[in-house]
Design a protein around this ligand. Structure first.
Ligand code: GLY
Ligand code: MN
Ligand code: MN
Length: 456
């Protein structure tokens, strides 16, 4: 864990930004139903973890925004816990590393809140959390909504700027992730299944006690953006797309994608598409710095991809106009990247739009661009992904061809040669610094030569 002072400083900073009232941060309940739930993996609510640290179900914290003092609510072990889970220290001991000013049993929380004025809490996008909030705060307490937006903005402002110790955690997560990617590249070969490779990676991660940041995407059908299945047998000539990452010990994520040839050598056409995506990523990383709009980085990636596909005869015409009208979304219907931290899509449990947009930068409704999770200006201290991709999605190609959508810029006859291509995505984790940006973690094979060497 970080030092107690770090958690105290985080709570004090939050209190100062909010200024007045009682801040309620709830941890998650255990996953399913009853007592033995702990045998299921537990994931803590990330703002609670950020400000209070305790990685246990049935916990909550209150911060007095006027004074910055904090109380941790939790569970003291009873004889049942001891029978089922062994000797657990009392809450006061478990809370001590996080520097709180006091501890209270969870059962007192609702009553304590009844005595508090101006309670602020974060509405959750998760239904069970909404239920928890209803249990402890009540549904229609007029004070409960007051200041909620102020609290959301304060949490997003603080968590968006990563401190040196958070950067270290993200680097640790990324270096673990590098191991998994190298294993996948070395293990992949024609004739085995995607699941064979996933099992090899997971076996290594498990041997270190490393936990996945999210279920890995490992597929020869990379055009399915979040393909969760690992059932395909991989054939000679296909591309494997691997979007997978591990957590650091303190629960910080990474989020890395590499795409590589199943047989170890890119074909000329695969090389061309891959190099285009790599050019997009390189251009975006080079241009990313404080003050730049991430929505413009999205445009830069799309423009690079549209122009690169021009060399293959798939696109033609004015790339600026084609991208502005939305034609390049056929090839990259997702966003260029998102914030990353304790969450892979950092803070988005609070609400994606609060994290990625503000009163100056409003989310676009255009197909493709509407999936950009982070559109606002970059700031010194942000950590985000840069993940351009180029996909050939047969159903989408057919739909656009039938409608002759953007036919002035897209050569559908040529495009149909790519129906079996799959997709390429290259994703790294980038730290915005005062002078520009830096890719976090040890270098993971990325150029065509590096990837082919790692696959050998
Ligand atoms: N791994 C999910 C994403 O790249 O956003
Ligand atoms: Mn990502
Ligand atoms: Mn990813």
């Amino acid at each position: 864990m970080f030092s107690a002072q770090i958690y105290r400083d985080r709570r004090q900073a939050l209190a100062s930004l909010v200024g007045d009232g009682t801040i309620l941060l709830l941890g998650y309940r255990p996953s399913p139903i009853t007592h033995a739930d702990h045998t299921y993996p537990f994931r803590q609510e990330s703002s609670f973890r950020y400000f209070f640290g305790l990685n246990e179900p049935n916990s909550a914290g209150l911060i007095n925004a006027a004074t910055g003092t904090s109380v941790m609510y939790g569970h003291d072990p009873d004889i049942t816990d001891i029978i089922w889970e062994g000797d657990i220290p009392p809450l006061v001991e478990r809370a001590a590393p996080y520097g709180v000013d006091g501890t209270m049993p969870m059962q007192s929380l609702a009553a304590d809140l009844l005595r508090s004025n101006n309670i602020m809490f974060v509405p959750s996008t998760r239904a069970t959390m909404t239920e928890q909030l209803r249990d402890v705060v009540g549904v229609n307490r007029p004070t409960a909504e007051a200041g909620t937006r102020k609290l959301i903005d304060a949490i997003v402002a603080l968590r968006s700027i990563k401190t040196a110790e958070e950067i270290e955690e993200i680097i640790k997560a990324t270096n673990r992730t590098k191991t998994a990617h190298l294993i996948a590249m070395a293990a992949t070969r024609p004739g085995i299944t995607e699941a064979d490779v996933v099992r090899t990676m997971r076996s290594d991660a498990a041997s270190h006690g490393w936990i996945e940041a999210y279920g890995p995407i490992f597929t020869v059908k990379g055009e399915v953006l979040h393909n969760p299945f690992h059932r395909n047998t991989m054939s000679d000539g296909a591309l494997a797309l691997h979007d997978g990452a591990l957590l650091s010990d303190l629960g910080y994520a990474s989020d890395i994608t590499r795409t590589f040839p199943v047989n170890g050598a890119f074909s000329p056409v695969q090389k061309s598409v891959y190099q285009t995506v790599l050019n997009a990523q390189t251009a975006v990383i080079a241009a990313s710095k404080p003050g730049v709009l991430n929505s413009e980085m999205h445009t830069l990636a799309l423009t690079t991809i549209f122009e690169g596909l021009g060399e293959l005869g798939v696109t033609h015409g004015d790339s600026g106009e084609a991208v502005a009208q939305g034609a390049a979304a056929l090839f990259m219907p997702h966003g260029i990247g998102h914030m990353l931290g304790i969450d892979v899509h950092d803070m988005e449990g609070i609400g994606e739009t609060y994290v990625g947009y503000n009163s100056d930068v409003v989310r676009s409704e255009q197909f493709g661009r509407n999936n950009l999770r982070l559109g606002r200006q970059l700031q010194d201290g942000f950590v985000l992904t840069v993940e351009p991709g180029c996909y050939f999605i047969p159903a989408l190609i057919d739909r656009w061809e039938q409608q002759q959508q953007w036919a002035q810029w897209i050569n559908f006859d040529r495009l149909n040669d790519f129906r079996d291509f799959g997709g390429v995505r290259i994703e790294d984790v980038v730290h915005i610094t005062a002078s520009g940006s830096a890719v976090l973690g040890d270098h993971i094979p990325r150029t065509i030569e590096e990837v082919e060497a790692a696959c050998a």
